[in-house]
Design a protein around this ligand. Sequence first.
Ligand code: ARG
Length: 487
Amino acid sequence: MAAETPASQGPAAGGSAGVTGGSAAGWSDRFEEGLHPVIERFNASIGFDIALLQQDLDGSIAHARMLGVCGVISPEEAGRLEEGLEQVRSEAATGRFQPGIEAEDVHFAVERRLIELLGSLGKKLHTGRSRNDQVGTDVRLWLRDRIDAIDGALLRFERALLAQAEAHADTLIPGYTHLQRAQPLALAHHLLAYIEMAERDRQRLADVRRRVNISPLGAAALAGTPVPIDRRHTAATLGFDAIYANSLDAVSDRDFAVEFMAAASLVMVHLSRLSEEVILWASEEFGFVSLTDRCATGSSLMPQKKNPDVPELVRGKSGRVFGHLIGLLTMIKGLPLAYNKDFQEDKEALFDGVATCLDCLEAMAILFEEGLEFRAARLEEAVGRDYSNATDVADYLVARGVPFREAYQLVGSLVKTCLREGLLLRELPLARWQALHPAFAADIYGAIEPRQVVAARRSEGGTAFEQVRLQLERARQRLEAPEAGVA
Ligand code: ARG
């Protein structure tokens, strides 16, 4: 991306004078020659870290104010630095601030523009800090905000699931294990399982957020600074809960990025599993949902087709987020303390991981809001035409004193007979039930009726309608007044 940014664009671009106005390369006077143009491009992160501009300005304003409060610069100078930084913000808002790759990264780009605006006062901003603690601060501020956005997207997704669950409080769906018909379920019960997963995702992200929200600012390059700064002042201005206790750890820690990506990976796992179910449900073979025109696509060749592109893309995109997790772990694992340029690679992973996660949550929320309709008649028919009530026949005998394993064997043989004769259990005449075991009476037909099979599973957290109603109420309460920032 950096390669596409014209070097001559914008007011901050063009000059070869560096931040300090020193050498051709923009570094201290130790350097005499400029960078090789390919290396300049290779080294630059401005093409993507411009996304951190607002956070960089916020961090710099907090730093300037603190320098003023601590008497490192005068309050008047601090005020003018803040005005200059706000000027950069408004130039960016109107598209006038478009640094090219010679700025290297967003931090240099801002400082360079500030020096253009304020002259030598601008050169005081970097007192008592380094880009190492600065970039760590920016990334944490950015991620904190994005975690809050993902939390909001998870809530919307949960509300979409809940609305479907409430609309289908009495609808049944076949339940599967090994993708073989197992026992019928309340459809709401099935959807509520995904609400539980999303709630865990929210809790995990809230926990990650606690470790994201710690300030590294003032750790300087790695060892702290002799400048009499107040790290707690900048931390408070920026809304951090605490400061890093160790300056080396402060600039070396990317655990929070890994933790975030692990939490985001689980969000994607959950979305991907739900996607897989929707894809199956939308197939001719299952026929449990139909896709609305708003969220499905056609085939360029086969006019009869309606494709579930949304869940397929979500399922496919999950791999990107898992890849970023492994990428981050691998990037960090061999790094000696403290800052290493390898860390520059954390940004694109975070940016893409966050964008993917947010996009997928939003798309899945829309899919459940208006992209699919459960086919109640098909579902009704499906649960009535299988042997998923066989366990209930065994349970019937158990309730009448037959040991479970014995009942299980008897029903197994019964199912075998039915399969051979092409009969459903409910189609067997009473005489044949009684020939199998004298405990069977006419009420066996009611006991194996799908709605009764579901209603019977009253154990806590089971699929019985009354249990599901409790879950629905709890979910409704939780989603009407979600805890702020979760945990
Ligand atoms: N662009 C750099 C990054 O993203 C900023 C920090 C640079 N620090 C340094 N010592 N070169 O990590």
